[in-house]
Each structure stands twice: as structure tokens, then as C-alpha cells.
Write a protein that binds this ligand. Sequence first.
Ligand SMILES: Cc1ncc(COP(=O)(O)O)c(C=O)c1O
Length: 369
Amino acid sequence: MNLDKLARRTVLDIKPYVPGKPIQEVKRDLGLEEVYKMASNENPLGPSPRAVEAIKETLGDLNRYPESSCYYLKNKLAQFWNLNPENFIIGNGSDELIILTLRAFLNPGDEVIVAHPTFLIYALASRIEGAKLKIVPMKNFKYDLSGVLNAVTSDTKIIFIANPDNPCGTYVTDSELDDFLNHLSQDVIVFIDEAYYEYVDHTSDFPDSLKYIHTRPVIVTRTFSKIYGLAGLRIGYGMAHPEFIKYLDKVREPFNVNSVAQIAALNALEDGDFIHRVKELTLQGRAYLSKKFEQLGLEYINSVTNFILVRIGENVDKLCRYLLENGIIVRNMKGWGLEEYIRVTIGTDIENRKLVRLLANYFKKEVEP
Ligand SMILES: Cc1ncc(COP(=O)(O)O)c(C=O)c1O
């Protein structure tokens, strides 16, 4: 059956997003018993234990629809970030907030500006919603915000900034963001995606982006998928002016966030010890892997996140295949147009060391894991 004539025109040329391979699939396909996934920037320590405990008590209520307003979670988040519950929208993953923002604000002919390379969903969702897409290349794997300003026209509606960026792992500083917003029209929406916020060293010059939401059409998003370890439940949140939130609420499904995810997120927020442990493990693992990449003679981009972009050179497919056959999934960055790179998620100590051992073998280098 050919449905091209029926399909929405903006969808005809869309290539579906290809996620990292799941562990079970690799085990099945390659007959492996043990597989480490270092590909999708997930939490290698598992979910927040407090969240898991809390979920158990809610399972008897699964016959009921979830609370549409996410009342308790919004109140908890409001306390946590010193905002009002009206400043929040909860999404089925922070991914959904990208889609809702486009759906609520984009008119035919409007332009969206995204960087390259960055999180692929911005461009994908913008294309589906019929945006005219403008792509501003990164400079040395960092946002070129003056390039973004130069690309703005009277048709520009939304600018996406991942801070820190995925896959680069770099960040826009407070003075860079401030300067950028000072030069940008108040009529342009800035979507600041802080999915990796919790991994950043906040004594650094990383921006306090929440200060902008009160006076500008800025939305800041965060997620429970990363440091809180709840990727499988799909829950994230956005913070913006209540008027901005009202528009997102108009276009969201009434029950977009399931009840288990709401309870889990609320409890994960309070799981301070776990969050601390994940952060420590990530920082140690990041320092370890960075040092080992250097010893292996591999270029990498300095990261403030739970992943590192690493330059392999030619034949990335061959290396990825070798790692996969030996039980490690990393992300081949071809899909991003980065032909020579892989992205490695920081794992546990055992996972990181196994990766280094395999890389040393592959490149025939004498490097102690
Ligand atoms: C920059 C960025 N934003 C958003 C997301 C999606 O997060 P969520 O699981 O909350 O949809 C990711 C996931 O990898 C990401 O890297």
C-alpha cells in the first residue's frame, strides 16, 4: 500500500529517529550473556531506590487515570526551585516539551534555529511541525551564539539551545547566554534544554537560566531520565512564565504523564544520597576515561556531562562492531553526520575499565585499564 498521497507533506521525507540499541536486543542477536550499554546517556547505577520503593505502593491504583495536573509533583518542584507551581509543565519525557512548544507556538512559515551537532529531536520535531529550519554549525564543538544571532530574521520563532549540549558535552557560559539574550528580540522563544544540568559543576560559570523565565519567552527543561535514573518511565519538566505554560497546557494530552512516573519523580527528587553517589561516580568515571583516551591517543571533547564525544578516525563502524561483539554498546555518531566519532556514556568502574581494555586491544596500545 502506498500512502504517500495521504501522508502529511512535512512527514514524507522524515527518517525515524534511531535510538541506541537496547541491551536485550544485543544479547539476543549476538548470543551474549553480559552486555554493557554505554550509548544512551542513561544512569548506570539504576533507578533512584526511593522512587522504586514508592512505586510499589501505587500499583494497586493502576485502574485509575493519572492526575492530569501533576499537582503534587509541581508543588514539590516549586519548593525545590523556589518557583510557583504555575511555572511548571510536566512532560512524557522532556522530549514531549519540545513537541508541545512547537505545537503551541509555530505557525506555517515560521523559522526554527538549531545548532549542529546537537540533540536530533529539535530538527526532527521542527520538520514535522512544518518549520523552516536554519542550522548554525557549532564552532569547535561549542555553540556559536553570534552565528545564531546573525541567522535570526523577522520569521524566527524558536531557538533551541541544549545546555550542556548533546553530543558535544560543552556548555554555554552565563555571560555568553546573557549577552545573547540581550541582543535577541523579545519575540523569539528560547528553548533551553538542560537535560544534563545535574552533572554540571555549579561553582563554574554555568548560567542560572531560570532568572530569564520571568521576563522573556524562555522555557528551561530538565529531565528525570538521567541522574535520577528514570528513563524508562518517561518524565521531564519545563519551567517558564505561567502565560507560556498556559499555551503548552492547551496542546498537551490530558493524561500525558502516567501515574507511576509522577510518584517516582516526586520521590526521586528527595533521593539526595543517591543523586550524590551518581554524580561522584560520573565525575570519577569522566576523569578516568578522559585520561585513558589521552593515553590511547584518542582526541575527545572536554565534557561537563555523563558522556564524552571521542574521535576514532576512519572505520568507526568496525570499532563499534568490535565493541558490540565484546559486549559494549557505544553510540556511532554517523547519524549526527560526525563520521569519525563515537559517543561514550560514562559507566560504572567495571564498565569503564572493560571499555578501556577493549580499546587498548583494538588499537594495539599498551594502556593499563
Ligand atoms: C539534550 C537532551 N534533551 C532531551 C533529552 C530527552 O530526555 P527525556 O528522556 O526527558 O525525553 C535527551 C536525551 O538523551 C537529551 O540528550
